[in-house]
Design a protein around this ligand. Structure first.
Ligand code: HEM
Length: 476
């Protein structure tokens, strides 16, 4: 996420809602060593070769270095587990994630998003939002996930290459719409889905970078990219407000979706979430949960289909645990090898390369004195490939996770500490259901001639060209 730091933390557009950080850039001489090239070059290098550029920098500068992303403060990157432990142990007073993300994400997902909050507001929001995303609730969503996966699998052409990443996006979007928003088939579903597809296409399209820059946020009666974006967002908000209104007036009895649970949630003072809060959090869950899960699935297919031995072991486990029938929620805890395959895929190819925090006051991390105003990052990608932590780190070897639980500061695809991904249980569960169902029902292979390159898509790293595959056969 070095280049995306440009989008996550441009000081020029800081909102008055966020507490001020010193504007003067700390001198390069007081910070750990790092690449000395111009900022534009450093950001471009990351944008064009995200994994390789991190590898190069790690090889040259080791466990701690400073990079200088375009438009943002210097970023001190750590891959030393002790430093990462310190970063994740922070209660958020000095190391603020919301402050780093605010200026950019605010206008896009809304100012009431948990991603933008720090301190007590963030604690309150997590307490409200965590219960419906808790591990035990997953059984409720398992059936929906399998049904959606089956419908998408049934639409795949036989014998013709198609990009499996796009198919995974279709699945994860429908899971969010049904499990999170609680909207099903019919006109309402079609309206909301259409609006969201337009919204996501723009948030992930070629104009995405401009959306985040205040100077380009001009409406021009809906003709500019920003204008179209605002109109799309308003259209979705109108539909969501109607959904919230329906739940408030009709009650939520019998409903299992996350929106209904949030409508019912109360904080310690007995206060419910307001409509604007609910809407912004719905956008947050959509934006944070859809592309990340689809991309993680695309990486898992890349690794599994590339290794006949792993595929054979997975199929044997599925045959033993699931048999001929569909995958059921009670099968999931028994699929140890599948769990290890997913973790190993996230270890080698994390969709987010770094997590970031803004330092609001001087702080000592791993014996280094760091000034206020900079960004501090725990580098997921390099820590996951650190030769001192992982034997034969470049090898895809799921067995390393069997019967082993790596420490949360050596393996952290979902980040850590008080900001650890709130949707981790949902995403892990969904990945297992989808992979199990696809691999039980289909014979897939990587499309002939495909050469994978890791590419940056807004803020996630994905396999290039949508990861094309060919379907040879499919069981009904
Ligand atoms: C495989 C899929 C996913 C990956 C790899 C992923 C990764 C991450 C990472 C790295 C963070 C930042 C953590 C930090 O700063 O320490 C994060 C935060 C977050 N994620 Fe996920 N995520 C995934 C799926 C989801 C899903 C499915 C949802 C919700 C439906 C979700 C909602 C969130 C939210 C709301 C936050 C902000 C938490 C906070 O600031 O307290 N994510 N995620």
């Amino acid at each position: 996420m070095q280049a995306s730091e440009t989008r996550l933390a441009p000081e020029a557009s800081a909102s008055p809602r966020l507490s001020a950080v010193p504007r003067s850039a700390p001198s390069r001489r007081t910070l750990p060593r790092g690449p000395r090239q111009p900022r534009l070059w450093q950001s471009l290098r990351y944008a064009l070769r995200p994994y390789a550029s991190i590898d190069d920098t790690f090889r040259r500068y080791g466990d701690c270095y400073t990079v200088h992303p375009l438009g943002g403060p210097p970023m001190v990157v750590f891959t030393d587990p002790e430093a990462i432990k310190e970063i994740f142990a922070s209660d958020g007073a000095e190391l603020r994630a919301g402050e780093a993300a605010g200026p950019i994400l605010g206008p896009i997902i809304g100012w009431h998003s948990i991603l933008l909050m720090d301190g007590e507001r963030h604690h309150r929001e997590r307490r409200l939002m965590a219960p419906p995303l808790h591990g035990e609730r997953m059984h409720v969503y398992g059936g929906i996930m399998r049904e959606i996966a089956d419908r998408v699998i049934d639409s795949w052409p036989i014998g013709r290459p198609f990009p499996i990443h796009h198919e995974m996006q279709a699945i994860t979007l429908d899971v969010i719409l049904r499990a999170v928003f609680g909207v099903h088939e019919g006109t309402r579903f079609a309206h909301i889905r259409e609006g969201i597809v337009r919204f996501l296409a723009q948030a992930d399209g070629p104009t995405a970078a401009f959306l985040a820059i205040q100077a380009f946020q001009v409406e021009l009666r809906g003709l500019s990219p920003w204008g179209r974006f605002v109109r799309n967002r308003e259209a979705i908000c109108t539909e969501l407000l109607a959904e919230i209104g329906r739940r408030r007036s009709e009650g939520t009895a019998g409903r299992t979706d996350i929106l209904s649970m949030l409508v019912e949630a109360r904080d310690e003072q007995g206060e419910p979430m307001t409509d604007p809060e609910l809407i912004d959090e719905m956008f947050t869950l959509l934006m944070a949960g859809h592309e990340t899960t689809a991309t993680s699935l695309a990486w898992a297919f890349h690794h599994v289909l590339d290794r006949p031995d792993v595929l054979a072991k997975l199929r044997a486990e599925l045959a033993r645990v699931v048999g001929d029938g569909p995958v059921q929620p009670h099968h999931i805890p028994q699929l140890d090898y599948l769990d290890a395959v997913i973790k190993e895929s996230q270890r080698l190819c994390p969709v987010a390369t770094n997590v970031i925090r803004r330092l609001t006051q001087p702080m000592r991390i791993a014996g280094r004195d760091l000034p206020a105003g900079i960004t501090v990052s725990a580098c997921i990608y390099s820590t996951h490939r650190h030769p001192d932590l992982w034997p034969d780190p470049e090898r895809f070897h799921p067995e390393r996770f069997i019967g082993a639980r790596p420490a949360p500061h050596t393996f952290f695809p979902f980040g850590g500490g008080i900001r650890r991904c709130i949707g981790a249980a949902l995403a892990s569960y969904e990945m297992k259901i989808v992979l199990a169902q696809v691999l039980s029902r289909t014979q897939l292979r990587i499309a002939p001639g495909y050469r994978m390159r890791p590419v940056l898509r807004t803020i996630t790293v994905a396999p290039s060209a949508g990861m094309p595959v060919v379907l040879d056969s499919r069981r009904p």
